[in-house]
Design a protein around this ligand. Structure first.
Ligand code: GLC
Length: 541
């Protein structure tokens, strides 16, 4: 069992997640324990060694519930079960026990905005207009011309409404037609979810990552959306049609905060974490979810996930996130929904170096950082053909790169057929042309690998409490170097393409982590020189 940062936080009266480093497991692609080509709960349990060795504290696992898998599990047909493809409840309990035995925490994915159309609630709702479950979903009469009730669009393309011939009304779905939106203005829906939260808390989970947490409540009048001046408000949307609208009535409505106030009371009784996927890129709007400290404990701040290698925009994104009710954001550079950072930053070793430098900056800021599986290997997106693509977005647009498959390809644990991911002849999604150098096994044997650098970075965060407490004071306002001080620690990265130097506060500073391993343990005073894409963590005795 490790001496986790969370134990230290608890001793000092901070919540356990305050000092944690999180790790997103995209279950389908992490490890296949049953040999059918699909990642599963057993596979995850068998690979926990890797996570403990890497030095993470908190594991978020993507949905494992029974599902027809139209959106790879984000279409839930039973909120208190396990899909047989991923295991069963006994496997889940064994996973919880194994995670806890290592001193780690487990956060599960809760998908409350929509169910699967295969959920029994929807089957009942659809059966007639006066079925008691009808009002669990959002039904509207056709417009005067017989078309959809308003101009809302689905994130995955096409209208957000589908017509039900049998009952003569449209149902709302902000994602696929197979993902009907729940009606959160119906108290019965809220009561169902209270019970779902308690079900998993009683089974020992340490919290929930809440899928599209900003979307649950819609404007009660369902007005048409105006055209957007800046196509930014709904950054998850993937079609130009969706991005052309200003999403002021379909998402981020004030009443959604009441849902989290209600859940907060449930979660706090178990010491559990509510971590929102609040996909809002306006920091002031995002702040509403966390500032009063009676709703979500943490929200992801997605601005850094939408950036190329652009120092000015990175500076703004980091400063904004660090200033929100300090400690209330979760930092991410990658997820199962976006191209991997080395790909966004130009690919190859340059893209990897930029990613490691940016992650170094995130790891010392107030808040809880997360890695997405494979980030520690410096993986770029897997390269897939359209025939290999699986994501509904790729299939809808006919463009494999528009879809989210590239970041979701299975983890290459070792060289060779199946890559140690599966013993099946084919994985559920192609590996996307991985090389031996991409694999965990090869990188683990090489002290100079990306994997060892990420591990050293996590160890530095764990070893130096100043990186986890107190305010971040920014040391530069412009130029290529981004740097801040926290207590007796300085974190700095050169985000330019020329060598640069940072003036240091008084004293002698020791390099505790360097993206260049050779720098570690060196002492510097006055200023520190940084090569392009180089980052360091320094402490003063
Ligand atoms: C979230 C998930 C994404 C999913 C969507 C709909 O954004 O991260 O993968 O498609 O919600 O549930």
């Amino acid at each position: 069992m490790t001496t986790s940062s969370s134990a230290e936080a608890a001793q000092q009266g901070r919540p356990w997640w305050a000092d944690a480093t999180g790790y997103e497991v995209y279950l389908r692609s992490f490890a296949d324990g049953t040999g059918d080509g699909l990642g599963d709960l057993r596979g995850l349990r068998e690979r926990l060694d890797h996570l403990e060795w890497l030095g993470v504290d908190l594991v978020w696992v993507t949905p494992f519930y029974p599902s027809p898998m139209h959106d790879h599990g984000y279409d839930v047909a039973d909120y208190t079960g396990v899909d047989p493809r991923f295991g069963d409840l006994a496997d889940f309990d064994a996973l919880v026990a194994a995670v806890h035995a290592r001193g780690l925490r487990l956060v599960i994915d809760l998908v409350p905005n929509h169910t699967s159309s295969a959920h029994p609630w929807f089957a009942a709702a659809r059966s007639s207009r006066d079925n008691p479950y009808r009002d669990y979903y959002i039904w509207r009469d056709p417009a005067a011309d017989g078309g959809p009730p308003n101009n809302w669009t689905s994130h995955f393309g096409g209208p957000a409404w589908t017509y039900d011939e049998a009952t003569g009304q449209y149902w709302l779905h902000l994602f696929l037609p197979e993902q009907p939106d729940l009606n959160w203005r119906n108290p019965a829906v809220a009561a169902e979810f209270d019970a779902i939260l308690r079900f998993w808390l009683e089974r020992g989970v340490d919290g929930f990552r809440i899928d599209v947490a900003h979307m649950l409540v819609k404007h009660p009048d369902y007005p048409d959306l105006p055209l957007a001046a800046e196509p930014q408000r709904s950054p998850q949307g993937t079609t130009s049609e969706h991005l052309s609208l200003d999403h002021i009535y379909d998402v981020d409505q004030p009443e959604v905060l009441d849902v989290y106030r209600r859940w907060r009371k449930i979660a706090d009784a178990y010491g559990a974490l509510l971590l929102g996927e609040v996909y809002v890129l306006d920091i002031d709007r995002l702040a509403r979810y966390v500032v009063d400290r009676d709703g979500l404990h943490l929200s992801f701040w997605f601005a850094p996930l939408h950036l190329g290698w652009d120092v000015a925009r990175l500076r703004t994104a980091l400063r904004e996130g660090a200033a929100v009710a300090p400690g209330s954001v979760s930092w991410v550079l990658a997820s199962h929904d976006r191209p991997r950072p080395p790909t966004r930053f130009g690919g190859g070793d340059l893209g990897r170096a930029c990613s490691l430098a940016a992650t170094t900056l995130l790891l010392g800021l107030p808040g809880t950082p997360f890695l997405f599986q494979g980030e520690e290997l410096g993986l770029t997106d897997g390269e897939l053909t359209l025939a290999e693509a699986q994501d509904p977005v790729a299939l809808h647009t006919g463009d494999p790169r528009a879809g989210r498959d590239g970041c979701r390809t299975p983890i290459p644990w070792e060289p060779g057929a199946g890559h140690g991911f599966t013993t099946a002849p084919e994985p559920w999604l192609a590996f996307g042309r991985r090389t031996p150098a991409d694999t965990v096994a090869v990188q683990r044997a090489d002290e100079d690998s990306w994997l060892h650098r990420y591990r050293a970075l996590l160890a530095a965060r764990r070893a130096h409490p100043d990186l986890r407490t107190g305010e971040a004071v920014w040391l530069t306002d412009d130029g290529p170097v981004l740097a801040y001080r926290r207590g007796a620690a300085v974190v700095a990265a050169n985000c330019g393409d020329e060598p640069a130097s940072l003036d240091l506060p008084e004293g002698t500073w020791t390099v505790r982590f360097g993206t260049d391993r050779q720098r570690e343990a060196a002492q510097v005073a006055g200023a520190v020189d940084l090569a392009p894409t180089e980052a360091v963590i320094l402490t003063r005795e």
